[in-house]
Design a protein around this ligand. Structure first.
Ligand code: HEM
Length: 325
């Protein structure tokens, strides 16, 4: 066990978990970024509820939300890190893993501060329905992200998370990656949004997404995709201005992404002048870190197909087939 408070040791062990040759595109990074984002993206500024403090996804009420389908992989990949550093809270671990993954995959350094505490039961788990629905448009994006306190520029910068990773039919129902190299953080997502012709395609499961039909595609080449919410970033003129800026200027995007991701993982967290978290919601009788519930992640895929067995996921490198359908 490391010395409590040795976050550099935790960072190193998160880095050690990133490489996963048999999982998706070979990296746990994208699912760590999504885990951090979904842990925080439940925040509601008006009621000051939700947010990354609490790590409610350990409970079925939040972990089993179809919007969080697939994040059990990220949580399971981080279990060995929690075991090695039991003093860190899950809420700190999940947000730190997202920040570390962005950096390790070539993105900017995001400021991260520790001190979150974990819920002690599921009574304060935020209601479902607070995360965005990729099938919708610009109004929905503003509705969801304004609730958290983000403006148009911040929405477009945050959406740049889709430079990483992919959609899985057994998780969200959508299918495919946004960019050709989904384990390298860049501004490619914005460039492709503007440059390629995006056409609507209805998948076998009835879900509609946008795809680029590459005339030079060879057999086995994977089609690039965009969600309806991604395409809304170029059809809405106010969003589009920022897509154009970020496509043009990678440094500007990295700078804005670093700021907005840092803001995201701090939503709802109150700190005193010294930076110590003063939220009292999760404290019961001197409680500091949640008791370890189980090594097995809760929550199933949205379509009830478990995909890779948990044992294989936890077996770190081996055994898990590429989670694509
Ligand atoms: C703007 C509204 C957003 C919508 C509608 C949305 C929707 C989605 C959907 C449907 C998936 C596919 C999940 C799957 O099938 O595995 C996904 C994946 C992902 N999202 Fe988003 N997302 C949004 C914002 C964000 C933000 C703000 C970030 C981070 C800054 C982010 C980071 C990711 C990453 C990294 C993945 C890939 C996960 C993986 O490869 O397992 N998304 N998102």
């Amino acid at each position: 066990m490391s010395k409590p408070g040795d976050y550099d040791a935790v960072r190193r062990d998160i880095v050690a978990q990133l490489k996963k040759p048999d999982y998706d595109d070979g990296s746990a990074g994208p699912v760590f970024v999504r885990l951090a984002w979904h842990s925080a993206g439940t925040y509601d500024a008006e009621t000051d509820t939700g947010g990354s403090n609490g790590a409610g996804m350990r409970y079925e009420a939040e972990g089993g939300d179809p919007a969080n389908a697939g994040l059990q992989y990220g949580r399971a990949f981080l279990e060995p890190v929690k075991e090695k550093h039991p003093w860190i809270t899950y809420s700190d671990l999940w947000t730190l893993a997202g920040v570390v993954a962005v950096r390790e995959l070539g993105g900017p350094e995001v400021e991260w501060k520790p001190g979150r505490t974990d819920l002690v039961d599921d009574s304060k788990v935020p209601p479902r329905g607070r995360l965005p629905d990729g099938a919708q448009g610009a109004d929905h994006l503003r509705f969801i992200f304004n609730r958290m306190g983000f403006n148009d520029q911040e929405i477009v910068a945050l959406a740049g998370g889709h430079n990483l990773g992919r959609c899985h039919t057994d998780r969200s129902g959508f299918e495919g990656p946004w960019v050709n190299n989904p384990t390298r953080f860049s501004n490619q997502f914005y460039k492709l949004l503007l440059k390629l012709q995006w056409t609507s395609k209805t998948l076998a499961n009835g879900i509609k997404q946008f795809v680029y039909v590459d005339p030079d595609a060879e057999e086995g080449d994977e089609q690039l995709m965009m969600l309806p919410t991604d395409v809304a970033l170029i059809t809405d003129p106010k969003f589009r201005v920022w897509v154009e800026k970020y496509a043009e200027d990678k440094d500007l995007f990295f700078d804005h992404f670093a700021k907005v991701f840092a803001k995201l993982v701090e939503l709802g967290i109150q700190r005193d002048a010294k930076g110590a978290v003063v939220n009292s919601d999760n404290v019961k009788g001197g409680y500091i870190s949640a008791p370890k519930k189980s090594n097995r992640p809760t929550g199933t895929s949205s379509r009830g197909q478990g995909g890779c067995p948990v044992q294989a996921v936890q077996g770190a490198q081996g055994g898990c087939p590429r989670a694509r359908l």
